[in-house]
Design a protein around this ligand. Structure first.
Ligand code: ADP
Ligand code: MG
Length: 253
């Protein structure tokens, strides 16, 4: 696969080249290259310890790569600090929902609006209106319109996951990365989340780490399979489900 450098290819939102991170002598991600298209919804699967979370940690600046490159929209971001990567347009959701339990759903959204965009000075009133409208729109996107005044603490686990997705959406990232977003959700909540992700994928790129193959099948444009920090297989859900190497190390278990 001869890939051009990230700066060159307009269709690629994310371009990763020969990425490696070693913890001591152990390579959690090992010479990994992959790219994500604009408007793509990519799912990453693979056994526990395959390096999926570590990959997201490197893309969002939490873990420094030992070697290799990460390009976002034609700009190298491999060595930027975490907040610069957020500002560049990459949002990332961790495995466990981290919402402010004591605040209302509305307030959780409000504090997630990037600084510099909140109300100040004589424009305060108009901005207030805008903020409220934006929060209401995002709340609708994540099935929480009716819960804006409730404390986050009383939401179900699935609703907290949605709230956190909404808190990312309100920052309008162009690449959104979600680590096992449906873990602990009911079947109905999983269906709703699939619908939600497909709906918001228009105009942005999404990377989802997931285990539930029915869920994967319902959302993925393309699936990347990681194993021992390396790319094991990549293609449509049907292709990777039929791949004997994937069956051997992952799906057959
Ligand atoms: P996955 O998300 O695919 O289950 P992870 O990316 O969490 O896998 O972990 C990949 C491997 O890297 C695991 O063996 C894990 O123990 C190891 N690892 C992850 N982070 C660190 C770290 N900070 N220090 C040492 N080892 C780590
Ligand atoms: Mg993980």
């Amino acid at each position: 696969m001869a890939e051009p450098l990230g700066a060159v290819d307009e269709d690629k939102v994310l371009f990763i080249k020969n990425l490696t991170v070693a913890f001591g002598g152990f390579k959690a991600v090992d010479d990994l290259s992959l790219s994500i298209d604009k408007n793509e919804l990519r799912v990453i699967i693979g056994p526990n310890g395959a390096g999926k979370t570590t990959l997201l940690d490197m893309i969002c600046g939490r873990t420094r790569p030992t070697s290799g490159e990460i390009w976002f929209e034609g700009r190298e971001v491999s060595r930027l600090p975490e907040h610069k990567i957020v500002q560049a347009g990459i949002g990332r959701k961790f495995q466990n929902p981290s919402v402010y339990e004591d605040l209302s759903v509305f307030e959780n959204f409000e504090i997630s609006i990037p600084r510099g965009q909140t109300a100040c000075g004589s424009l305060a009133f108009r901005r207030d209106q805008e903020v409220r409208e934006r929060i209401r729109a995002v709340a609708g996107d994540v099935f929480l319109e009716e819960h804006l005044d409730r404390k986050a603490a009383i939401l179900s686990h699935g609703q907290k996951q949605w709230l956190e997705i909404g808190m990312l959406l309100i920052q309008e990232p162009r690449l959104l990365m979600l680590d096992e977003p449906v873990a602990g959700m009911s079947p109905r909540e999983r269906e709703q989340t699939a619908e939600l992700l497909k709906r918001i994928a228009h105009g942005k790129s999404i990377v989802v780490i997931e285990h539930d193959m029915n869920f994967v099948k319902s959302i993925a444009n393309k699936v990347t399979v990681l194993h021992q920090g390396r790319l094991l297989s990549e293609g449509t859900t049907e292709m990777v489900q039929r791949d004997p190497r994937v069956i051997d190390v992952y799906l057959g278990h």
